[in-house]
Design a protein around this ligand. Sequence first.
Ligand SMILES: NC(=O)c1ccc[n+]([C@@H]2O[C@H](COP(=O)([O-])OP(=O)(O)OC[C@H]3O[C@@H](n4cnc5c(N)ncnc54)[C@H](OP(=O)(O)O)[C@@H]3O)[C@@H](O)[C@H]2O)c1
Length: 268
Amino acid sequence: MDLGLDGRAALITGASKGIGKAIARGLAEEGVDLALMARTGPVLESAAAEIAAATGVRVLALPTDIRDAGAVNAAVERARAELGTIHILVNNAGGPIKRPERQITWPDSDWLDDVDTKTLGMLRVTQALLPHMPTDGTGRIVNISGIASVSVLTNALTHGLNNSAMNHVTSYLAADLAAARITVNAVIPGLIATEWRETWAENAARQRGVSREQFLERTCADWGIVAQRWGTMQEVSDAVVFLASDRASYINGARLTVDGGYSINVRG
Ligand SMILES: NC(=O)c1ccc[n+]([C@@H]2O[C@H](COP(=O)([O-])OP(=O)(O)OC[C@H]3O[C@@H](n4cnc5c(N)ncnc54)[C@H](OP(=O)(O)O)[C@@H]3O)[C@@H](O)[C@H]2O)c1
């Protein structure tokens, strides 16, 4: 299937590692030039160099804290100056839970920090990029949500808040941007084998005195993941690349779950 993405440009937040980097790689493999954002410059630059060398597309590393509106505007301006029209925006920046504890006990500043990053960061980057997106039907926004929006995960109060907001903003903007012919969809990943999740699995297995494989098998059973395994970053990336493509032109306001059947919510 020809996705029609060759020669387009995309901006991806949180693209230095994890799911964001995998999405960047997936789009680059389809011939999409990239502007990548994350805070830590050296890690972002190394990811950009790796993707450029592997795929031959142009990859701009734009170290940016998306909690800072001025920094976001400056980075988007640089992306536009160097890449021209930006067709695709992937709002992905987020990350692990800060501390494993009941988040209702958190100080106000910790709640605000999480919401400032994922929910408000998404709004800031979207607002800054919109004037530079095309209105010919090739514009795409994909928001990376998560299963904390559709189920209660222990110690994931702010992730639930943020991912529910991602889902709602996706619906809201799908309607709002219809006149500009920009589609807005959400991808809802389940348990995904990112670098930090690998470390989490290894540590949890060690604490329980079991192997990594035994811990994962038990966790997938406990969580009700019907695929009986965690997902790969590529499986999330493939869904995003499809939604970013011409082949998804009639998909708007959708929530595409990539969770191995977790949210089927099997009982009994
Ligand atoms: N892993 C999972 O199992 C899973 C499941 C469901 C949903 N998700 C969602 O998928 C997304 C990616 O998660 P991940 O697991 O791949 O996380 P990750 O590996 O920790 O990567 C997070 C990325 O976001 C960047 N980032 C964090 N804060 C930022 C800020 N203020 N400004 C700019 N960039 C920032 C990080 O770089 P810097 O730290 O250098 O800024 C990094 O590039 C998140 O939205 C997460 O909620 C993940």
